[in-house]
Design a protein around this ligand. Structure first.
Ligand SMILES: [Zn+2]
Length: 445
C-alpha cells in the first residue's frame, strides 16, 4: 500500500514502524463553532484511511483531539457572556453527533487540550532547559533559529518566513517567526500555573503533548487538512523532535479543501456550508459518496449538481443491492481491482468506478448479479458506507410476502377493489407489483 507523504513530497510504500500496529493522530476540531461541510470532508478522508488500514489487517490506534482552549473560544465566551468551558463542551458534543451521523468510526481516544496541561508544561520546561525556548514578558517562545530543519515540511526557508511576517513583530520575540508555546496571563482569561508563569498553552504544543501522551514519541501517520501544514504541523515537528530527539511522524498526510466557487470553505471568511444544512438535505451515504468521488488530496468544489449526481449514483447502488439482496460470494477480480485502486494512495474515485462498472456488468449479465451485489456490499462497508438498509430490506421481504399473500386471497374471493387498492398504495410508495405466471413479484422503483 502506498501513501503520499507531505514531508518527503513523495508517494511511498506504507510500512508500520512496529509490526502490525499503526498509530494515527489526526488534528481535530477547535470547538468554537459548529462543524461545516469542509470539516466533514477532512474527517471522511481519515475515516476511510483508518478503515482501509484495518481492512489490510493492521491494528490501528486512532486518536483525534479537540482543541478546547483557544483565542476564538475565549472571544466567543466574552461576547456571549458564557463560560468558555460550556462553549467548548457544546461544540464537542455537536461534533460527536455529526461524526456518528456520518458513520465515522469512533476514535480510540478523543483527547482534550485542557486535560493535558501538566504534560504541556513538562515539554515546555524541557525546551527551555535545552535552550530551544525562551521566556519573555511571561510568554514562552520557541526559538525557530535553533531548529535546523525548520521549514522542511512546508518547504519554507527562513528567508521566506521573514518576508512572510510583515505585520509588526511581537516585541517580546527574538525573531518575528518564533511561535508561542505559552501565552502569558491576561485579565479575565483562563490560566494555569506553570514554573515559567501563569498563562495558557499555545495551539501547537497542545497537539505535541496529546500525540506523545496517547501514542508515544513517534507515530506512523500524522494528518489533518492541508492548511495545517504551516504553521501548525511545522511547529509540532520542531517542538516534538527537539523534546524527544526522535522523528515525530513517519508519514504526514494532508487532505484537500472543500471549496465554494473556488474559495476555501471557512468560518472566518463566512464562505461555508454548515454540516447541519448539508445533512438536512442529503443522507450521509450520499455526502460520503460526494466526497470520495474526488481524491482526498485534490480540492473539491461544492456544488448542488455534484451532490445530486452523488445522490443519483447512490440510488443506483441502493436499488441494485435491494434487487439482489441474497447472500452470494465475493468475486475476487472485482475485489482485486478495488484493492489496486485503494493501495495506490487511496484512489477512491477509481475504487468507486470499479463498483459502478461491476453494477453495469451485472445488469447485462444477471447470472452474476447476486455475487456482484454481495461483493459490492463488502466494498461499501470497507469505505464506511452504512449499508444497514440491507437489514431493513430483509424485513421488507417478509412484509411483502404477507401483503402479496393477502392480496392473493382477496383476488380469489373476487375482492378486486381492495386488491387494486393495495397495488395502488404500494405504487405510490415506489413498490411495483407484477402478476406473472409464477406468482406475484415486486420491485422497488
Ligand atoms: Zn494539531
Amino acid at each position: 500500500m502506498k501513501l503520499y507523504d507531505t514531508y518527503t513530497s513523495s508517494i511511498r510504500e506504507f510500512k508500520p514502524i512496529d509490526g502490525n500496529n499503526v498509530k494515527v493522530y489526526v488534528c481535530g476540531m477547535t470547538v468554537q463553532d459548529s462543524p461545516h461541510a469542509g470539516h466533514l470532508r477532512t474527517f471522511t478522508s481519515f475515516d476511510i484511511l483508518r478503515r482501509y488500514l484495518e481492512y489490510k489487517g493492521y491494528k490501528v490506534s486512532f486518536v483525534q483531539n479537540f482543541t478546547d482552549i483557544d483565542d476564538k473560544i475565549i472571544n466567543k465566551s466574552k461576547e456571549l457572556g458564557i463560560d468558555w468551558r460550556k462553549i467548548a463542551y457544546k461544540y464537542e458534543q455537536e461534533y460527536i453527533q455529526y461524526a456518528k451521523l456520518m458513520n465515522f468510526k469512533e476514535p480510540d481516544f478523543y483527547p482534550k487540550a485542557t486535560l493535558h496541561i501538566q504534560e504541556i508544561i513538562e515539554i515546555i520546561q524541557s525546551l527551555i532547559n535545552k535552550g530551544f525556548a525562551y521566556v519573555s514578558n511571561g510568554n514562552v517562545w520557541f526559538d525557530v533559529s535553533k531548529f535546523e530543519s525548520y521549514g522542511k515540511l512546508s518547504k519554507k526557508t527562513i528567508e521566506e518566513l521573514i518576508s512572510g511576517y510583515r505585520i509588526e513583530p511581537d516585541s517580546s520575540k527574538k525573531n518575528p517567526y518564533d511561535f508561542a508555546l505559552w501565552k502569558a496571563y491576561k485579565e479575565n482569561e483562563p490560566y494555569w500555573y506553570a514554573p515559567f508563569g501563569r498563562g495558557r498553552p499555545g495551539w501547537h504544543i497542545e497537539c505535541s503533548a496529546m500525540v506523545i501522551t496517547h501514542l508515544g514519541e513517534t507515530v506512523d501517520i500524522h494528518g489533518g487538512a492541508e492548511d495545517l501544514i504551516f504553521p501548525h504541523h511545522e511547529n509540532e515537528i520542531a517542538q516534538s523532535e527537539t523534546y524527544t530527539n526522535k522523528k515525530f511522524s513517519n508519514f504526514w498526510i494532508h487532505t484537500g479543501f472543500l471549496n465554494i466557487k473556488g474559495e476555501k470553505m471557512s468560518k472566518s471568511t463566512g464562505i461555508f456550508l454548515s454540516a447541519k444544512d448539508l445533512l438536512e438535505n442529503y443522507e450521509p451515504n450520499v455526502v460520503r459518496l460526494f466526497y470520495i468521488k474526488a481524491h482526498y488530496r485534490t480540492p473539491l468544489d461544492f456544488s448542488e449538481e455534484l451532490l445530486n449526481d452523488a445522490k443519483n449514483s447512490w440510488n443506483r447502488v441502493k436499488n441494485f443491492l435491494l434487487e439482489y439482496s441474497q447472500d452470494g460470494k465475493i468475486l475476487t477480480d472485482i475485489l482485486y481491482k478495488f484493492e489496486e485502486a485503494m493501495d495506490d494512495n487511496l484512489n477512491t474515485p477509481k475504487a468507486i468506478s470499479v463498483i459502478f462498472d461491476a453494477i453495469n456488468l451485472a445488469y447485462k449479465n444477471r447470472e452474476i448479479a447476486i455475487d456482484v451485489s454481495w461483493t459490492i456490499r463488502f466494498l461499501l462497508s470497507i469505505l464506511g458506507f452504512d449499508i444497514n438498509f440491507q437489514r431493513t430490506s430483509n424485513r421488507l421481504n417478509e412484509i411483502m410476502d404477507i401483503i402479496i399473500e393477502i392480496r392473493h386471497e382477496l383476488r380469489k374471493n373476487a375482492q378486486f377493489e381492495l386488491s387494486d387498492r393495495i397495488r395502488t398504495r404500494l405504487k405510490d410508495m415506489g413498490i411495483v407489483l407484477e402478476d406473472t405466471k409464477e406468482g406475484t413479484k415486486w420491485k422497488v422503483l
